[in-house]
Design a protein around this ligand. Structure first.
Ligand code: RFL
Ligand code: PHB
Length: 389
């Protein structure tokens, strides 16, 4: 098989790139190691920046998001027994975020891809990348026991943090930057109405908690947990008790609980690989960088990477190589700002083993500063809704 672009990884980055290229008349295949159901079973992001929703509109998959997604003009910060609203809309000149699950974004993109009859290889095993230091790269894989080879002009490595793409770059050609946080997030999805109309980020002496949602009847909650904790160790009741303890009393009292539909633990990490291009291989999304979920930036960064990449490839086929040559630099400029924001928000909201009383007092002072100073709140708000592309 021959295509212009072989996309390795069929998560949100890979599928969104596939749709952008399709709209631009560039041929591509998406090669995904898991089944479609497995990819859609992973519960992850929930908050989309306007730049991301604009992109989904641009590729023609925005209608269900606009019908079912929830537009939020604010978030709350909870600490010291009370919660305080940050008015994102007022502070950013009218911007808001869209609460719509990553699973749904991916489902909409997969459906559009299938409806257009575009090639996708699910359950691709032993995916390997070849000759991307020249002009005729290849991707090989085995699907249902049959070996395949795809010849292409470019490979887009959209296969996440543990994928094969970044690992295929020769040692020494990439520099990596990493911070692993000394805790994780235990997340629960439940068919219960959300405790508040908007998201609540809570700093509590027992640890961070986040109240999020997928709809008016489906909630997503997280509590900070130890790195070596196991989701199986948490009964639903133990989770709800712990969450309640970490919320301001007024919220805790109105929390509606129910059986969990999903329960999992995610570690928190900041990671960047530079550059994001090696020859004809381009890394995008979690394959190139990871941010802790506190700022809700991971999926949005994946979307901005593939937006830059799609535009660069369109320019390349029109005879202009500037975009592909600047791809890494352009992405990293935005990536590092999101890395900074996610690190800052994580540092502000979590309990650190070595934080001590001094650390906690500093967090309290900064939270008070945030809710009383429009300048400080504006900095949070403009990062939360998404910095300009
Ligand atoms: P993904 O989603 O990991 O998809 C990569 C795909 O590649 C496949 N793959 C391979 N395919 C072929 N060959 C191989 N060798 C392969 N190896 C892997 C995988 O099966 C997978 O299908 O990366 P992508 O597309 O870059 O998307 C990134 C986002 O998933 C991620 O950044 C976000 O989920 C992060 N994140 C959040 N981001 C937000 O913008 N807003 C949020 O509110 C938000 N909340 C979160 C989050 C991540 C979380 N976890 C679990 C880390 C909340 C959580 C708890
Ligand atoms: C989520 O709904 O899963 C979510 C929302 C906001 C975050 C992280 C995760 O910052």
């Amino acid at each position: 098989m021959r295509v212009q672009v072989a996309i390795v990884g069929g998560g949100p980055a890979g599928h969104l790139l596939g749709q952008l290229l399709y709209k631009a008349g560039i041929s591509a295949i998406v090669i995904e190691q898991r089944s479609q159901d497995y990819v859609l079973g992973r519960i992850r992001a929930g908050v989309l920046e306007q730049g991301t929703t604009d992109l989904l509109d641009e590729v023609g998959v925005g209608s269900r998001m606009h019908a079912e997604g929830l537009v939020h003009g604010g978030i709350s910060l909870s600490f010291g027994g009370a919660h305080h609203r940050i008015d994102l809309q007022k502070l950013t000149g009218g911007k808001s975020v869209m609460v719509y699950g990553q699973t749904e974004v991916t489902r909409d993109l997969m459906n559009a891809r299938a409806a257009a009859g575009l090639p996708t290889a699910y359950e691709a095993e032993n995916v390997s990348l070849h000759d991307f230091d020249g002009t005729r790269p290849k991707v090989r894989y085995v699907q249902h026991g049959v070996a395949h080879e795809v010849e292409c002009d470019f490979i887009a490595g959209c296969d996440g943090f543990h994928g094969v793409s970044r690992a295929s770059v020769p040692a020494g050609a990439l520099k990596t930057f990493e911070r692993v946080y000394p805790f994780g997030w235990l997340g629960v999805l439940s068919e219960t109405p959300p405790v508040a109309e908007e998201l609540v980020y809570s700093n509590h002496a027992r640890g961070f908690a986040l109240c999020s949602m997928r709809s008016h009847t489906r909630s997503r909650y997280y509590v900070q947990c130890a790195l070596d904790d196991k989701a199986e160790r948490w009964s639903d009741d133990a989770f709800w008790d712990e969450l309640r303890r970490r919320l301001a009393p007024e919220l805790a009292e109105s929390l509606v609980t129910g059986p969990s539909i999903e329960k999992s633990i995610a570690p928190l990490r900041s990671f960047v690989a530079e550059p994001m291009r090696f020859g004809r291989l381009f890394l995008a999304g979690d394959a190139a960088h990871i941010v802790p979920p506190t700022g809700a930036k991971g999926l949005n960064l994946a979307a901005s990477d593939v937006r830059y990449l799609a535009r660069a490839l369109v320019d390349f086929y029109a005879g202009d190589e500037t975009g592909i040559n600047r791809y890494s630099e352009t992405c990293l400029h935005r990536v590092w700002k999101a890395v900074r924001f996610s690190w800052w928000f994580t540092s502000l909201m979590h309990q650190f083993p070595d934080g001590g009383e001094f650390g906690h007092k500093l967090q309290e002072a900064e939270l008070n500063y945030l809710i009383h100073s429009p300048a400080a709140a504006t900095s949070l708000a403009e990062n939360y809704v998404g910095l300009p592309l």
